[in-house]
Design a binder for this molecule. Sequence first.
Ligand SMILES: C[S@@+](CC[C@H](N)C(=O)[O-])C[C@H]1O[C@@H](n2cnc3c(N)ncnc32)[C@H](O)[C@@H]1O
Length: 223
Amino acid sequence: MTKVGTSYWERYYAEHGAPEEPSLFAQYVVEKMYVDERQDLVELGCGNGRDARFLAAQGLSVLAIDQCVGEIGNLSNGMTHGENLAFKAEDFTELPDYVGGFDAVYSRFTLHSVKAEDQRRTLQWAERNLRENGRLCIETRGQKNEIYRLGAPVEGEPDAFIYEGHYRRFVDFDGFVEQVSDTGLSIVEAAEDIGFAPFEDTDYHFIRVIAQKQAELDQFLIL
Ligand SMILES: C[S@@+](CC[C@H](N)C(=O)[O-])C[C@H]1O[C@@H](n2cnc3c(N)ncnc32)[C@H](O)[C@@H]1O
């Protein structure tokens, strides 16, 4: 099934020179050692692959997923990297469980592209597919974001709008933190603030959440 925004992003990557340098978020998760070189990471919604390439260059094994078949085809064809980076065209809200799982599930600017129900299922998938002590690293657009409520409301979806021809659902920060916690993951840090993703002359608010899957022993001790 074609998901919300697929044709928008296919067109975008075909027409625009998307940034090649890694996002500040990718650099942040490396600097803070939320991920490290011996680990397996899956990126949900990798776009032009800039963060996936950066993370693979740090020595992580990266599986980078995006719904854009054309862009993923280009990225896979042009691969000059080693075996620690693979691109796959899939809908990240409908992924199967992966045997062995991942040390990190990383997703930047993607959860606001999917419906609320798809977000809930994706978070549950992340919890199931993280190894013990594995980390969920999310950056997304929330309701403090400066373009919240601009454009046409989407019927039946509170907080979703079509603005400049593009669907966005603005994530409720408190509800999101609660939803992540409800999956069983522990919040390591969570904020909705400026400074995360300045772009050109703007510095809008975005949500950053890092959560961790507790080792079973830790869960036992907390109980
Ligand atoms: C704003 S771009 C962000 C790209 C990249 N994470 C970055 O920060 O540069 C959002 C990306 O998420 C992808 N995406 C959105 N919903 C998706 C879904 N359900 N499954 C797979 N990819 C999806 C889009 O195709 C697009 O490439």
